[in-house]
Design a protein around this ligand. Structure first.
Ligand code: TRP
Ligand code: ZN
Length: 881
């Protein structure tokens, strides 16, 4: 019964298109069930293309209405049209004009790719291959054209008509109830950046004057009633625009910048030229419904999409294998922006936590792929943590390898040389090699080799010779279709910490090239010697997480806790403490349920208390230090034969153990972090709330129930979502008295705010309890839930699958079956969302044998299904490979 797998797309098969499309004139007459798209394309044959090559345009579920060449209707024997392809023979070398008319049904478009309606608003999503769902086209990123778009709709239905670029003209259509607007985008762009929006939306406006003196109109469009929830997004946009001028010398290049928030959107947001379309969760914020994390997310995503204007739009990708060229680079840019807006150390730790929790497991399982893949079946499945997050790490390493000045020179050269082009990773790296005079051939392997490299560092101090010798061994594990991997160029930042905790100086370093405190590791095994080291040092390795590797060293707990207390590098203070915490949690996982209560090394307890109470440290940093690793993080560190139930128990015991041991000081610090001022979303206030709320989580899980009332009190008294949700989570996850009342109070308060209700769904879906699966099933019938809305699916179903390790991985396999059945059903409407949900299976091979067999059976059952989408087929097949 199984549907057969279509042929994959391979990087090595790339060839430039045989035709160029210079201009695209679109006339789009919108109607909910029958939209008519008239596309007029000016085309010419590419200089080196054979004269008899037919023109083959992409389509996807299209209906062709008419076709004309240079104004003449084309005879039926001159072309072949199917829903997915339009092929035309015997075309002149050009330039010639093609008029293609197609008819669409936006209301029937549940895939949310191409033209669809969200709450009545017409909108588009064309990346990666959605434009071919609007008209037949060379729907590939190396086809750059200048677009003019006329949009027409009933004036009452869609008073607002938005397109890419600058507005040109608008007016009534005489004798009808319709009106139109014409937009022109002077910057040649690939089809995936095309967008239109039409509907009845409210607008919040501002202005920005660029460093070049251009006066830009800024608009954010939202559903009526949400106007006063756009302030943070607008503020973030203006700060992003200024930052890109100051940091990269990049100014905005149109007279308007429009942002539209829609409630049905598959991803976070989309960088369409001059008309960014956002998932509303990355625009709307007010203290009562958005958490501090939401505010930070809005700031980062607004910046990310804005930064794409240069890295993605002005310079785009030659083909989709180069996706990291725009995504990795743009994530790096948004991370740097947030670091400058907030605390750099805290931002770095958060980014590394995300990398380790999302990308490392991907890289260690069946879905592993290089930052630049060489083969795909379905490009939608490559918008991954590897392309985005590891891609950003590679750019960060490039900066570490070259130093800030040469990195900036390389970026400048890239912008200068490739502006207006669709290009490749090779071309990108060539700019840095040329600007710095460095050979980056070995470095380029980071784009080619999947798998997280492991780095083993052993140290030996010779007091007589005053030498510290580091023996460094690197290894990259095999991943699907890649076995033997040559050594990478790994930049390792190292500092030596002396016995007093102060920096210990050293003389020459031999055995590796160095630049400043960066040691360049390039061989499988290297002995790096630091000379003239006067005292026995504790080496602080991989400072700032200078490379995305798993580091193992011979530092014992004493040295690690010493670093946790003294390292000048804040990232490594956090990392050192985490390493000791991980060891404790893993030991407890293997000790089994009978070791009750858990023994925590008193030195670790003391170190945690010292960090918690040290008010010279930022509260946000202390919060990160106190937060125990998640269950999936512990599973990742264990690596194989994972028992999620044992992990859950070990983590719960450690939390309760620390809470009970430290209750008085936890309570004292908690009280000290309570705010009297009204809510403000700034990083400092958010940091105090983060610390307070991690402490609340401990108190709510302390033995004896002494603090149950305090949790409830915070829930009742909270004047903001951050504090309310933190308290609700403790109440529900720990089943504290009154948790059900709290859930209903929350639902009553937020019933009409879907983004707030998402948190309510999520809290229940992530409760680590036997009853949760049944509760989630029941909640799918809640009036606030909708399987058609990606945010709702992520909040309830996605949270259960990816955020509830012990229950998704239930020993009886019921968690697997539920997610599989939900995904199979969702696949008939929104394949992209279904495939994304199934990535929860990516670590199934690391489970203990019983659960592993259940997961395999579920995956095999899915593989047997007929009519799987290419998206789900691809994920299931790769998981089973
Ligand atoms: N380019 C978008 C980004 O900024 C990603 C994106 C948005 C996307 N919507 C999409 C990718 C739909 C695939 C399908 O990261
Ligand atoms: Zn992006």
């Amino acid at each position: 019964m199984r549907t057969e797998t279509p042929a994959p797309v391979r990087l090595e098969d790339y060839s430039p298109p045989s035709f160029r499309i210079d201009t695209v004139d679109l006339d789009i007459r919108l109607a909910p069930r029958a939209t008519r798209v008239a596309a007029r394309l000016t085309i010419r044959r590419a200089g080196d293309a054979p004269a008899d090559a037919p023109l083959i345009l992409d389509g996807d579920e299209l209906t062709l209405v008419s076709l004309a060449l240079d104004g003449q209707v084309l005879a039926a024997d001159r072309y072949r049209a199917t829903p997915s392809r339009l092929e035309i023979d015997k075309l002149p070398d050009g330039p010639f004009r093609l008029d293609i008319e197609t008819r669409l049904d936006p209301d029937a478009n549940t895939k949310l790719m191409g033209l669809y309606r969200s709450n009545g608003t017409y909108c588009t999503q064309c990346e990666a291959e959605g434009f071919r769902r609007i008209t037949y086209f060379l729907d590939r990123p190396d086809c750059l054209a200048v677009y003019t778009t006329r949009i027409e709709a009933r004036a009452s239905e869609a008073p607002l008509l938005l397109g890419n670029g600058n507005p040109v003209e608008q007016g009534e259509v005489p004798g009808t109830d319709r009106h139109y607007a014409i937009w022109h985008d002077p910057h040649p762009k690939p089809s995936y950046l095309f967008a239109l929006v039409a509907g009845d939306l409210a607008c919040v406006s501002d202005r920005f004057t660029t460093a070049e003196g251009r006066d830009v109109a800024l608009n954010i469009y939202v559903e009526h009633g949400n106007e006063n929830h756009c302030g943070w997004a607008m503020d973030s946009l203006k700060r992003s625009m200024r930052w890109d001028e100051e940091t990269f010398g990049r100014c905005y290049d149109l007279d308007v910048f429009n942002i539209v928030a829609v409630s049905d959107f598959n991803m976070g947001a989309m960088e369409n030229k001059g008309l960014n379309i956002f998932n509303d969760k990355y625009v709307l914020a007010d203290p009562d419904t958005a958490t501090d994390q939401d505010y930070a997310g809005i700031e980062a995503v607004i910046a990310h999409e804005y930064f794409h204007n240069w890295t993605g739009n002005r310079i785009t990708c030659r083909d989709w294998f180069q996706l990291c060229l725009k995504e990795g680079l743009t994530v790096f840019r948004d991370q740097e922006f947030s670091a400058d807006m907030r605390s750099r150390a805290v931002k770095r730790i958060s980014d590394v936590r995300l990398l380790k929790s999302h990308q490392f497991p991907e890289d260690a399982g069946p879905l592993a792929h290089p930052v630049r893949p060489r083969l795909y079946h379905e490009i939608n499945n490559f918008y991954t943590a590897t392309v985005y997050e590891k891609g950003a790490e590679v750019v960060r390493m490039l900066k570490t390898v070259l130093g800030a000045a040469d990195f900036r020179k390389g970026m400048d050269l890239f912008f200068e040389r490739h502006d207006g082009e669709a290009t490749t990773i090779e071309a990108f790296l060539a700019c840095f090699a040329e600007a710095s005079g460095r050979d980056l051939n070995q470095f380029a392997l980071w784009y080619e080799q999947a798998g997280t490299p492991s780095l083993r560092i052993d140290s030996d101090y010779d007091a007589n010779e005053q030498r510290l010798t580091l023996t460094v061994v690197q290894h990259t594990p095999p991943t699907p279709k890649q076995s033997d991997k040559p050594a990478l160029h790994i930049p390792v930042r190292i500092g030596l910490v002396g016995p007093t905790g102060a920096k210990l100086s050293h003389g020459a370093v031999t055995g590796a090239q160095t630049t400043g405190d960066v040691v360049h590791i390039t061989a499988p095994k290297q002995k790096v010697i630091f000379h003239d080291v006067a005292d026995r040092p504790v080496p602080s390795l991989l400072r700032g997480f200078s490379a995305p590797v798993t580091l193992k060293s011979d530092l014992g707990d004493t040295d690690l806790l010493f670093l946790a207390a003294n390292d000048a590098d804040a990232f490594n203070r956090w990392e050192a403490l985490q390493t000791v915490v991980f060891k404790t949690l893993i030991a407890q996982t293997f000790a089994g349920p009978r070791q009750q209560p858990l023994e925590i090394d008193p030195r670790l307890t003391a170190a945690i208390e010292a960090t918690m109470t040290d008010d010279t440290l930022e509260p946000a940093f202390r919060a990160l230090c106190l937060q125990l690793p998640g269950e999936a993080d512990i599973a990742r560190e264990i690596g194989s034969n994972v028992d999620p139930e044992a992990i859950h128990l070990a983590r719960s015991q450690m939390r309760a153990g620390l809470a009970t041991a430290l209750a008085p000081s936890i309570k004292r610090i908690y009280d000290g972090m309570r705010e009297t001022a009204p809510y403000a979303p700034d990083a400092a206030a958010a940091g105090r709330r983060a610390l307070k709320n991690v402490l609340l989580d401990y108190l709510g899980h302390a033995h004896g129930g002494e603090y149950d009332a305090l949790v409830r009190q915070q829930f009742d008294a909270a004047d903001n979502m951050t504090d309310r949700l933190a308290a609700l989570t403790v109440l529900v996850h720990a089943r504290l008295p009154g948790y059900e009342d709290a859930l209903s109070a929350f639902a009553d308060r937020h019933a009409r705010t879907p983004l707030a209700m998402d948190k309510w769904f999520m809290v229940q879906a992530t409760a680590p309890r036997e009853e949760t699966l049944a509760a989630v099933k029941t909640l799918t019938a809640h009036p606030g839930f909708s399987a058609a809305n990606p945010n709702r699916v992520r909040a309830l179903i996605g949270a259960f699958a990816s955020g509830n390790q012990s229950q998704f991985n239930r020993a009886d396999g019921a968690g697997f079956d539920f997610i599989a059945d939900f995904a199979l059903d969702l696949d008939t409407r929104n394949p992209q969302a279904a495939a994304r949900l199934l990535s929860a299976f990516r670590s199934w091979r690391a489970l203990e044998p019983g659960r592993r067999a259940r997961a395999r059976a579920t995956l095999e059952r899915m593989a047997q299904a007929s009519d799987l989408s290419p998206d789900v087929r691809d994920i299931v097949d790769r998981c089973l490979q």
